[in-house]
Structure formats: C-alpha cells, structure tokens
Design a protein around this ligand. Structure first.
Ligand code: SAH
Length: 360
C-alpha cells in the first residue's frame, strides 16, 4: 500500500487540490471537496469516519488515501487561575505541551515549535533538556486544532510561540504553521494576534519580516549588554545584541522586548537605563517577565516592588512597558517545569521528553 498523505501538513489550498483530485477519481460531485476541506481545520473532524455528512463508502475511500492525524492528549492539568496545560504525545513518542491562558474575552494559546531546545539559556529549564527534534507544521498548528476537538472546545483568540523551542530555528515548519493558524479556511487567528518569540535568530527575523501578514515579533533580550547577555544566553556569541537591535530597528512592524527579571543579575538601575535606551532606539514595547519559580537553577525572582520600580525607570525614558502576569504557577506551567518536576533535570528517555511551556 502506498503511504497515505497527511492532509494536515499541507496548506489549505494544497490539501484542497489533493482532495479535488481524489473526488474526481472517485467520481464524486465537486461540492464534496469543500465539505472535506471544512473538516480539516475550521470545524475539525476527529477522523474521516467522523465526517458523517459524507456517504460511508466515500469516508472509507478517503481514509485509504489520506491521513488525518491527531496529537494524542496524554495529560491535562487545570490551574486554579483557569490556565490549562496540555501534554500531547506525538507519533514517534515525543511529547510537547501547549498552555491555554484565559484572560477576559481572550484565550491565548502558548505553543511549542520544537521538542526540546538547543539554546541553553541559563534561566530556562527547557535549555537543560537539550534538543530533540523540530516539529512539523502540522504538529505546531495541530496544537491549536486540538483545542477545537476538546469535549468543551476552547476558542483560541491569540497564539504565542512561547512554548518549548526556538521557532526561528525551525522556520520552514513555523512558516507553514503560521499560514494554517492565520488562514480563515484553517484556524483563522488574525496575524496581529499571533506572536513569534525568538532569542534573535537574524535570518529568521528577516524571513518573518518578509511575510506580508502582520505577525508580531517578540525578542528575548534579557540583558542590555553583550557581556551580561552572553552569560545568560549562549546564542549571543553567534547573534550579538547589537546585531539583534539592528534587526529590530529595520523590522517593519513594532517589536516587543521580553525581559525576564533575574534578582540581582539584570534588574539594576543602570540596566534599566541601558534597556530603556535600546527600546527607545527601536521603538520597542517592553514586557517585563517575572521569573517563573521552579523552572530555573541559581536565579531568584526580582521582588514585585522592584519590578515596578524598574518599569517606572523605563517609562520615565518614554518607553511603553507591561509587567507580565505569571500564570499557572500551581501547575508548573513555565518553561521546562513539568519535565523537571516529573523526571529531574537529567536526560529523559525520549518517549517522556515533555515539553515546556512559558506562560509567565
Ligand atoms: N525560544 C524562544 C521562545 C520560547 S521561550 C525565546 O527564547 O524567545 C518564551 C519566553 O520565556 C522567552 O522570553 C524565555 O526567555 C522566557 N523564559 C524562559 N524560562 C523562563 C522562566 N523560568 N521564567 C520566566 N520566563 C522564562
């Protein structure tokens, strides 16, 4: 038997072409194509058998030709603040997490782009686990598709690539996933409601900028000097701060700087001034992130009043600042925490390589 093609790892247009060819071959009327396409993402079906609007024989014929895979939900946890964390098992046994964060009328879904991460940022528990593999476009966008398949479906209004992995080191699949997340015939999330978070992978920033849609860019800055940034983020050796800042300046949309507050490390007055300067140069919005407890080794969170003071110093310099709310603390919903909690920091067996989520 020839291998069945995964319809969910294609753009909607390409999937439509494949389905149309199959319908022709099967002698089916053309309106059947739209019926199937609608059930890929918009009103997702669990399987072809689930497409009860189609004749049974046709469902079986489609099932022979095409694959409509799921991400298997292995664990779900609910936080007292309403944050829900989902652990999905992939076909090869890898596991990834997504976190749904309700806030008023919005639900932000934090998704993973890689299993593990190669970057080893000092404060991030994902870094400690190392890199396993890139996710496919389907495995990335599929995290949002699964939200529509829950017993009580979650209506996702915003997407952030702030789970496990570095999205711009998996650009091809991430770019495909962006198309699926944004396409009104797929998941239909507005481009301005989709944020890519990166440590500053320069070719990836250029590629993102070349997309015509208004996808948002957030850059993990975390230190205002190369000297300090190098110690926190090894990637700074390859892509130094000055180059990242230059890329932010020429990016044609407004960028956000993410800055995780590490007590006594990057939260001083001098650093606020230097960060304010950089943010002003780029017209960047600054998001101060309280360090998520438990996910990091050897760092302490900055006290809340000191975060406010730091924010004030930035505002005094004309920079727009928000302090991010930490969410899901009771379910260890920050980067690397679930894995750390369950298996310790040493290399997990691949089948149990839980992903990580940042919902700070
Ligand atoms: N690789 C990308 C996206 C994933 S991490 C990036 O680094 O931007 C999303 C955000 O969570 C990053 O800003 C990251 O630095 C931050 N983060 C990692 N560990 C954290 C922790 N323990 N507490 C708070 N934020 C953390």
């Amino acid at each position: 038997m020839t291998e069945r093609e995964n319809l969910l790892n294609l753009t909607v247009v390409d999937a439509e072409t494949r389905v149309a060819a199959a319908m022709l071959e099967l002698g089916q009327p053309s309106y059947r194509v739209a019926q199937v396409v609608r059930r890929l993402w918009e009103v997702p079906a669990r399987s072809f058998a689930d497409m009860t609007e189609l004749p049974a024989a046709l469902r079986a014929a489609l099932d022979e030709r095409f694959e409509l895979p799921r991400l298997e939900l292995a664990v779900e946890q609910l936080s007292t603040d309403g944050t829900r964390k989902f652990l999905f098992r992939l076909a090869d046994g890898e596991a990834i997490e997504a976190v749904a964060i309700p806030d008023g009328n919005r639900v932000t879904l934090c998704i993973s782009s890689q299993a593990g991460c190669a970057l080893r940022c000092a404060f991030c528990a994902t870094g400690a686990m190392g890199f396993s593999r890139n996710l496919s476009a389907f495995e990335i966008a599929g995290q949002a598709r699964e939200m529509r398949l829950l017993d009580e479906p979650v209506v996702v209004t915003n997407i952030v690539f702030m789970g496990m992995g570095e999205p711009l080191m998996n650009w091809k699949a991430v770019s495909g996933a962006l198309t699926l997340l944004n396409d009104p015939r797929a998941l239909g999330v507005g481009a301005r409601h989709i944020t890519i978070s990166t440590v500053g992978i320069l070719p990836g920033i250029v590629a993102l900028g070349e997309r015509p849609e208004q996808f948002r860019l957030a850059i993990s800055i975390h230190a205002p000097t190369d000297e300090l940034r190098r110690t926190l983020m090894p990637i700074n050796t390859k892509y130094p701060l000055s180059d990242v800042i230059a890329a932010a300046k020429v990016f044609d949309r407004r960028v956000t700087f993410e800055y995780v507050m590490l007590g006594g490390v990057n939260d001083g007055i001098e650093q606020a001034r230097a960060l304010g300067q950089l943010a002003r140069e780029c017209g960047a919005f600054v998001n101060l992130i309280p360090l998520h407890p438990g996910g990091s080794q050897g760092f302490v969170p900055t006290a809340a009043n000191e975060i406010s003071r730091f924010a004030r110093l930035l505002r005094d310099r004309g920079v727009e600042v928000a302090v991010r709310k930490s969410r899901g603390i009771d379910i260890a919903a920050a980067c690397g925490q679930l894995r750390v909690e369950r298996m310790g920091r040493r290399s997990p067996r691949p089948a149990e390589q839980h992903s990580d989520v940042q919902v700070a």
